[in-house]
Design a protein around this ligand. Sequence first.
Ligand code: G6Q
Length: 542
Amino acid sequence: MTRLTDQPAWQALQAHAEAMKTVHLRELFATDAGRGEKYTAQGAGLFLDYSKNRVTDETLLLLLQLAEQTGVAAKKGAMFAGERINVTEGRSVLHVALRMPKGSTLMVEGRNVVPDVHEVLDRMATFADRVRAGSWLGHTGQPITNIVNIGIGGSDLGPVMAYEGLKFYSQRDLTVRFVSNVDGTDLTEKIRDLDPARTLFIVSSKTFTTQETMTNAASARAWLLASLHDEAAVARHFVAVSTNAGAVTGFGIDAANMFGFWDWVGGRYSMDSAIGLSLMIAAGPGHFHELLAGFHEMDEHFRTAPPEKNLPMLLGLIGLWYNNFFDAQTVAILPYDQYLAYFSAYLQQLDMESNGKHVTLGGQTVDYQTGPVIWGQPGTNGQHAFYQLIHQGTKLIPCDFIGFMQTLNPLAPHHDLLMANVFAQTEALAFGKTLAEVQQGGVSAEQGPHRVFEGNRPTNTILADKLTPRILGALIALYEHKVFVQGAVWDINSFDQWGVELGKVLASQIVPELRAASEPELGHDSSTNALIRRYRAGRRAE
Ligand code: G6Q
């Protein structure tokens, strides 16, 4: 197989990038009056303006050729067909099956998985409706009013992001919290004001072995029993989301209160499976189904839209352009909507865990950059913090701005002010301010250079009418597939996470050394040995 860097389109892009490095967005806009209308695309209720990128028709053509030469379409087909594209774990990658409508078919090794998906969704809905209606009673006969999801990584970030994202639609008399960190402070602070008799814990863990989640679940159980004094209470106050039925029942959770999913759902791609149970309870089954419909609409767009109009393809390839040909190390995700406060953190895992890889599918070390660092915060807060570096620093940071035409909380004049900032920022980043323009404003020669904005900072602007469950689903799927496109070009496995597994193993080796009654024999390096001894000497007995 041809190495990526030997592909004709890659080589052509390298030469083209040299030429493009001296081209300013000012020129691109000046020479094409229609640019702002031309470089746009839409799908699944999302509108993308990618005109403020350092790209021309030639750039796009070459990027699309690169996608063709690296077989992105065939790889996409293999994913949608349920092939075992997660080669290091021997698994299919079928989060797209989680949002297929009832009645559709997706055969995986002779079995249609869609009815299985809907069987679980239906059970979740029945359960969620009971909790929401107050008819799921706790052990003492009181209705549940507090939901605490215990999970970490993929079993936490998706639900917490989407719960915040759809808070507007949630049942406000329910208190919903998310515990993830093994730091006892997390659980302690999240439950300190809750009444155990009215609290339901959802233990979300694909494996049901993750140290953090199991420790938090055990402590939550002890907290419940300290108040209700009856083991039988566990079955009324704990439900599980997992693929590991044995471990769930071992914990004392009734098998009837376990919501399953499948090994073909990766952790970071699982929020639309039963892992989303906390969200479904909060926002209601109807809104959850709308969210799934939005995901599916974007899946269909990704599957069928021509590459040059395909949103995930465009976002993926343009991102790759800066990552691989302009040495951009990071990407900022900047949603201008307070409800999307956790969106960047969610995408951080999705992207960095998926594409933070250094070997190809065939096991060769790559000789090109793979996944970027993803970060960001909702606007406008970031503008008063880190945007300075994006505007005038020495690093190229491509940004995605996300905004909505209508606000869910009309409070004049807030929304116009918010959106004015989106447009102003992307304009300033693209066009900057020259020394001549600065001096026209009467700034002294000495002060001038400090006020110059080079511009030529690339941005995408993504707009939708309103933050609905459907739009949120489309937005998440957009980024899932963007990550897919990049991983496909880079020829890496976007669906394993050996780095995460390493952490799980290492910590469990040190735990007994910290907890041993007598001084243990330590076989680490001298730094780790000394740190462990210092900790043992200095810790407060629990
Ligand atoms: C995601 C990762 C990882 C995982 C957590 C939790 O893709 O695999 O973030 O979700 O480690 O794992 P469990 O759900 O098995 O507890």
